[in-house]
Ligand binder design. Sequence first.
Ligand SMILES: Cc1cc2nc3c(=O)[nH]c(=O)nc-3n(C[C@H](O)[C@H](O)[C@H](O)COP(=O)(O)O)c2cc1C
Length: 347
Amino acid sequence: MKTLFERTTLGPLRLRNRLVRSATWEAMADEEGRPTPRLIVAYRDLAYGRVGLIITSATTFMADATHPPRMLAIRDDTYIPAYRDLVNVVHREGTPIIMQLVFPGKNGVMWTPADATGDDIRQVVAEFGRAAVRAQVAGFDGVQVHAAHGYFTSQFLNVRRNTRTDEYGGPVENRTRILREIVQEIRQKTGDTYPVLVKINCSDFEENDGVWDACQSVCRDLADLGICAIEVSGGISKTPFPPPGLPYDESIFRDYATELARITNVPVILVGVNRTPAVMTELLNTRGIELFSLSRPFLRQPDLARFWEKNPDRPAECSSCDACRNQPDGNVCPFREDPVRNTCGIE
Ligand SMILES: Cc1cc2nc3c(=O)[nH]c(=O)nc-3n(C[C@H](O)[C@H](O)[C@H](O)COP(=O)(O)O)c2cc1C
């Protein structure tokens, strides 16, 4: 029987357990998107808390990219030293760390597929590659392409939101093209062994959105391109989460993740209301899902993995109330008694 707390591997990465911190916008970067000491402490706390793998918050990378407040950015090489510091702090605890890359839009506007010319798309693809190289030089153990939650790249999969009539719109083959191109570009620029992950929506939960078909198709393609892991999410930001009508209260996208694990030969990470070790352990042993990622519970309990090692019968304290979203002083859990436990001496 497999357990959540056994050592495992993800491509070339060695993980101390099967728990992953899913990308979480902390809103603690500085105005230019560089990591602050406070943010580095938050990552150090996660690593000290013995999570198996950390995925950074979504990180923008183009000079004129739309940039939500105090979100991370890696716009050019001058950002690399600050990220080296962050990576070193996490690695000192023996935890691998992946940078999530996102393209939300440009000049303060969130883009839809219809906003981009063919040249814009080629530029976005090329810039994903350059950003991945910067992440690699900074010491990150891999990158994750954010293709979930209705951001630009995610919308291409949705037949209702992607109204293009060129080679990026219409049939599944076209709607999934941008994702294939981004992954190919990153692999070409970073080398065949550098881990590339994708976070993807199984569904946007809009009527006849066509996302599930496109998701299955592109996950097969990305498996052939040598992707390291697929993180399965769902729904659109700023709409109710979890999307109504799902059959489970916990581990809500489990059926989609099971199917993706079946049809691809790639490790699947399940995200979305994972709260109970016993539920995750059962899914691990019966569904072919290899890893479980959590976001809000780590805002409440950064040392959750360490806690669960000793208390596997206790659910996470997070009640999924969402009070952690859009807090004025960073996206922290207001119910956490000990908001910053500066144990690593960073001022
Ligand atoms: C405050 C906050 C910020 C988030 N930021 C990101 C992000 O930057 N990138 C991303 O892919 N998902 C982001 N998410 C979504 C989470 O990664 C995760 O998919 C979702 O919260 C469901 O997991 P949970 O039930 O464990 O919280 C964010 C969620 C929260 C609550």
